[in-house]
Design a protein around this ligand. Structure first.
Ligand code: SR1
Ligand code: MG
Length: 405
């Protein structure tokens, strides 16, 4: 059905509309609207809609550079292939939590998928103080199924090796290695730090050798633990939600990495929203307390659902002879948990001082209030990294967050 495009060119609204007709997503005579709606750091995103019956699709196209910086930062188009393959694999495992891919083309670097415009990006929903009753359960299930069934525990070990070779993603991993695990911990020119915060960052982060040692270990885990196919960028901007639905998008950073990476990313972004609510909801103390309690409950329930579901999958679909050995499951879960807390700490810190901030915090216009949130986040991120092996239960983790001032 598709017409193979041999040369890459960035789409325009006109060529995106034309492509959707060539792909027979619509009839030739349909009147279509096309709008570029991408607000992320890297890609073009077009929404193509039949103006009469409102049927619509998303065409996502990778640009050959990082949009957030410009053409001076070239970036592989292969991330589009990775994203398409990851979405298709995830759709096999959790179809209700993933957009369906209708077409992908690695030359044009496009992926055509469900339009999710009836949902809201979770980050925006949380900033607005909305609660999503299904979120924790859905993300717990998403994490358990994707992480288990792409690992040697749940996938034939030969198949896992073949699959892992399809997700070699060096350039996108390098972004994470630099922006999450390296640059924020040094006085690096990619960092984005208000002058009034620089002394605090110097003393609290850059001059702390014990912190740096722990970050070095976490970076090493990111570099070497090819345990399972991770989403690779599971922040609250990568999740669409409503009260009834949760859909995870945007796995262009997917690669074979540590079990705890996605878990940590999700927790980190909930923590950042929690800290930012000190300002956003400052004039509504009761709503603030209630909403922050909700965020902690989401963290708790996500982990509990993940743990229960992972345990069930471990017992029902074992691929390794050792999986019924006493203590193996418990030790695996404990390692996932402590890795996740450490990764969460790194992600909290990178969003405060690194290249790409988060709207939850950056939308605080008063620089003093924003800096106070950033200071809280930096010291909490540090605690998570250095105390990760002592935080041996979800209750202990949540207490560290709620006790932190
Ligand atoms: C240059 S890309 C900056 C960040 O945006 C993505 O969402 C990733 O988190 C990446 O680190
Ligand atoms: Mg993204």
């Amino acid at each position: 059905m598709a017409i193979k495009q041999v040369v890459y060119e960035p789409l325009t609204t006109d060529t995106a509309r034309e492509l959707s007709k060539n792909l027979q997503l619509f009839n030739q005579n349909d009147q279509l609207s096309a709008v570029e709606i991408g607000d992320g750091n890297l890609n073009l995103v077009f929404r193509i809609q039949n103006v009469i019956n409102e049927k619509s699709y998303i065409i996502k196209q990778a640009l050959p550079y990082a949009k957030v910086v410009g053409t001076s930062w070239p970036l592989t188009l292969d991330r589009s292939r990775i994203e398409g393959e990851s979405l298709k694999r995830t759709y096999q495992l959790v179809p209700e939590l993933t957009p369906k891919v209708y077409y992908s083309d690695s030359t044009l670097a496009v992926t055509v998928m469900d339009d999710l415009s009836h949902l809201i990006i979770l980050r925006k929903g949380l900033i607005a103080g909305n609660q999503y009753p299904k979120l924790a359960k859905d993300i717990g299930i998403f994490l358990a199924h994707t992480l288990f069934f792409n690992s040697d525990f749940g996938l034939n070990q030969q198949d896992k090796k073949i699959q892992s070779s399809q997700f070699i993603n060096p350039e996108l991993c390098k972004i994470t290695e630099d922006l999450v695990f390296t640059d924020p911990f040094f006085d690096h020119d990619t960092n984005n730090i208000d002058d009034t915060l620089k002394l605090f960052v110097t003393e609290t982060i850059w001059a702390d050798p014990a912190l740096k040692l722990e970050v070095a270990k976490l970076k090493q885990a990111f570099l070497t633990k090819g345990e399972t196919l991770v989403h690779g960028d599971l922040h609250t901007g990568s999740i669409f939600v409503s009260e009834e639905e949760t859909i995870v998008i945007d796995p262009e950073f997917a690669y074979y990495g540590p079990f705890g990476f996605d878990v940590g990313a999700f927790i980190a972004n909930l923590i950042l929203n929690y800290l930012a609510q000190d300002v956003h909801l400052a004039v509504q103390p009761q709503k603030k307390a209630e909403f922050q309690r909700y965020l902690l409950d989401v963290i708790t329930e996500t982990w509990q659902v993940f743990e229960q579901e992972f345990t069930t999958l471990w017992q029902e679909h074992p691929q390794d002879a050792f999986m019924n050995v006493d203590g193996y499951l418990e030790q695996t879960l404990q390692t996932i948990f402590s890795d996740a807390i450490g990764f969460a700490g790194c992600k909290v810190i990178r969003r405060m001082i690194g290249l790409a901030g988060v709207e939850d915090v950056e939308s605080i216009t008063d620089v003093n209030l924003r800096n106070q949130v950033k200071k809280n986040a930096l010291t909490l991120g540090k605690k998570l990294i250095v105390q990760r092996n002592e935080l041996t239960s979800i209750q202990k983790l949540v207490k560290v967050v709620s006790d932190h001032a």
